[in-house]
Design a protein around this ligand. Sequence first.
Ligand code: GLN
Length: 492
Amino acid sequence: MKKLSTNTIKGIQNSYRQKEFSPTQFIEKCLETAKKTKDLNAFITVTSDLCFNQSTESERRIRSNTCNFLDGITVAVKDNFCTKDIRTTCASNMLKNFTPTYNATVYSKLMNAGACIVGKTNLDEFAMGSGTVDSIFGPTHNPWCHGENCRIPGGSSGGSAVAVSSGACVVAIGSDTGGSTRNPAALCGVVGLKPTYGLVSRHGLIPLVNSMDVPGIMAKKVEDVCLTLNVIAGPDELDSTTLKTKFNPIIIKDDIDLSKIRIGIPKEYHCEGMSDEVIETWQYVIDLLANEKCIMKSVSLPHTSVSIAVYSILNQCEVASNMARYDGLEYGLRAGADYSTEELYASTRSEGFNNVVRSRIFAGNYFLLRQNYEKYFIKALKLRRLISNDFNNVFNVDQGVDLLLTPSTLSDAPLYKDFISKNNRDQCAFQDYCTQPANMAGIPAISVPIKLSRNKMPLSLQLMGPMLSEELLLNVVKKIENLVNFPFLEMQ
Ligand code: GLN
């Protein structure tokens, strides 16, 4: 089989039509890769049998010329999306044996488009983290540097990023609340899109922060991210927060003229702790774009520095409320307690959640106490509005910019041993600096790999745009992709 590392959905489907290889052969290859790279721990559940059944169906449709958008294309889904009859764990003790009775809308749409699921991927418990190190199934490792002196894949959708990067699937779905799709995509050298809030249904995505969660998409090439977005986006009557307007599929052009596009460089993203290599990479792409006659402008988003603190408060408040459903009665773990209902709640929740989840519930409930509510929750909401207004001001049609270019992360992938030497909260505050403001404002953002660091690890940049600017974002990323020619990992 020819080299698959950068083969796109279109390329693979073309090979099916030309009979160069069949969906079943391709799926065998992906599952073999998943097996060979088992030590990376990208998957919580591998769904081989289901995947083969789906590929047989795809093969039939391809033969009868009724091929759908994702027929014969392997996908992996983060294990916080409900999948009917497939265990959905959120990498937690609480849901370790939970098998949903329904599908998340995103998963249904992927299946209806012919995708073949390789498996459910690892994450930080309940998607709380930025390293994929806090899972009851153990940490996931970065395929660019594993074994001794291994590095983290980023998180919390680290399993999905590793699955794509190592070649176990073509597309993977993550979730993004503060950066969980873009951060691991950046550290594993793949493209990661966080769409506009409400563009893609959250139905069946086990909630972390309802007002910020969005399903995210990862693939090596932006055109595959685009094709997948076209499949999964659009209103959903099962999620009242989806945007009601019809979604028109996006087309990516091979080349676009950048001379009328204005890209802002927000000075606040030049922050403490950012590595020299990241700054150099940022400047490298600024120069490349300027060379293409793109209009580059320095801009300011003055409330960026408070964003992390505001996010942390809002996150914990929503977590405290969301996690209340795990009471040992409805679903998930029920601890052995036969004394009282209170005791059942308490023992279930202390056995079912790790320290990170428990401490967020604790802090969230504190912020929501009647005497603290105004001081923390309401104040954080007001600041969230100011952060969002910063974006509105720079995206102002007359004097503003069309997009913003920033780093995705402050460094390349940290060493596992260094990463776990700091606690989850401090790591998130550091790792999510560049990504989480976009979630506060609900705007789309995408991470694109640019080059390798001196450690031979991926370095990536982020583009953000106003609400529903996905078409422009994806097209500019395509241009950047062509200019930088990132050296993808070849593991198959
Ligand atoms: N690191 C952030 C957190 O733990 C973001 C997580 C996410 O986007 N799911 O809250």
